[in-house]
Design a protein around this ligand. Sequence first.
Ligand SMILES: Cc1cc2nc3c(=O)[nH]c(=O)nc-3n(C[C@H](O)[C@H](O)[C@H](O)COP(=O)(O)OP(=O)(O)OC[C@H]3O[C@@H](n4cnc5c(N)ncnc54)[C@H](O)[C@@H]3O)c2cc1C
Length: 406
Amino acid sequence: MDFALSPEERLFLENVRSAVERHVAPHWVDLDSGRYPLERVIAGLAQSGLAGFTIGEEYGGQGGSFLMAALAAEEIAYGDPSMSSAVYFLLECTWPYMVQLYGSDEAKRQVLPEVAAGRAFIGIASTEPHGGSDVAGTTTLAREGSDGWRLYGEKSMVTGVSTALGLPYGGGFVTVARTGPQEDRHRAITLFLAMVKEGGEVRAGFRHRDHEELGRGGIPTAYLYLEGLEVPRQHVVGPLNGGFKVAMEGFNLARAIIGAASIGVARWLLDRAREWVKERKVFDRPIAAYQGVSFKYAELYARLEATRLAVYRAAWLADKYYREAAPGYTVHDVAAAGAVAKYLAVGLAVEVGLEVMKWFGGASYFRELPVNRALLGALSYYVGAEGAENIMKLIIARNLLGREVD
Ligand SMILES: Cc1cc2nc3c(=O)[nH]c(=O)nc-3n(C[C@H](O)[C@H](O)[C@H](O)COP(=O)(O)OP(=O)(O)OC[C@H]3O[C@@H](n4cnc5c(N)ncnc54)[C@H](O)[C@@H]3O)c2cc1C
């Protein structure tokens, strides 16, 4: 076992840090406040090879590993702890990769180079107003016609609709839709790469409305009303009626990188708190002199270090299974490790956020002090994004105990 990064990974990390210092960190508060466009951050990341980072070189991408993606996600979230930039980065490491794995040659050739150039966005449209955890209960309908498919239904909490509409080429969503009877649940679900803007042209057949969000102000999340949006046959992702499994694979991969981004937020918060607890004097002593503060700092730091290992392992397993097709690794290993990574890291980031806000005292409640923006970013993943905490436990328990736990 070797805990050191390879020379290639170390060099990569240095390059990511300088890209983040240039394109992300100086702008994150303005991005979170809606005063700086995400498109400019995307252009900067694309210039540094960080758009659609896991997309293969044959489609203009970097062919980056998931471990490197995890390293980058931590740094990007450290540079923008509101998480908006990291959310963009991790979604583009995941859903375009699923298109690459399961999409048609035509769809891959058409869309992936645009994502890798930072000119297009591919997200996920799974959640519906009746709930997000029960993906097998999807009610959005896909109807087949002579010229392809049309989608009808309502998705909610879809991140990046405005982002796709704001990019020069456009983008779309790996969309979960029903292609058979409701009672067939996960066996009658297909994935479609539904483009909302393509080649610079906004498509007909959909509407959207941004949610009013607590945090993550740089990357809006929206209702997506599908009103007959056309999807050509070549934009079916994976087998007909076999989309449920593919969607789960995408979520598994995303969760490892979400874990890494959450580590970045937690590290940023602890770093901001370090100077503060040494400087802030209460009852004539720096608050770091009180063990109620310093022991908690030590505990959170120790958990951060341990959680980072779980995150790296999840990303490493994803590389073993997807990139190396190494014998002895299964998709269940990737699923369980991704759930562990998300469960531990997101919970930790939220706990660190609450604790650090207490150390900063009342001032932390006001927008002038950016620590609350970091807590709100982490909270998005705590309450649900890419799977609720109980669902992470369900996946882990199912992997350990079998389907009896369902
Ligand atoms: C900021 C943000 C961005 C998002 N972006 C996207 C996106 O881009 N695309 C997308 O498709 N979705 C997105 N989502 C939605 C997200 O995927 C859902 O919030 C998540 O899947 C949970 O669904 P839900 O919120 O409807 O909760 P529900 O599914 O209604 O669950 C409610 C509660 O019940 C618990 N629960 C459910 N089932 C069980 C069980 N069997 N055992 C124990 N507890 C259970 C859950 O843990 C949860 O606490 C986003 C959410 C947020 C907050």
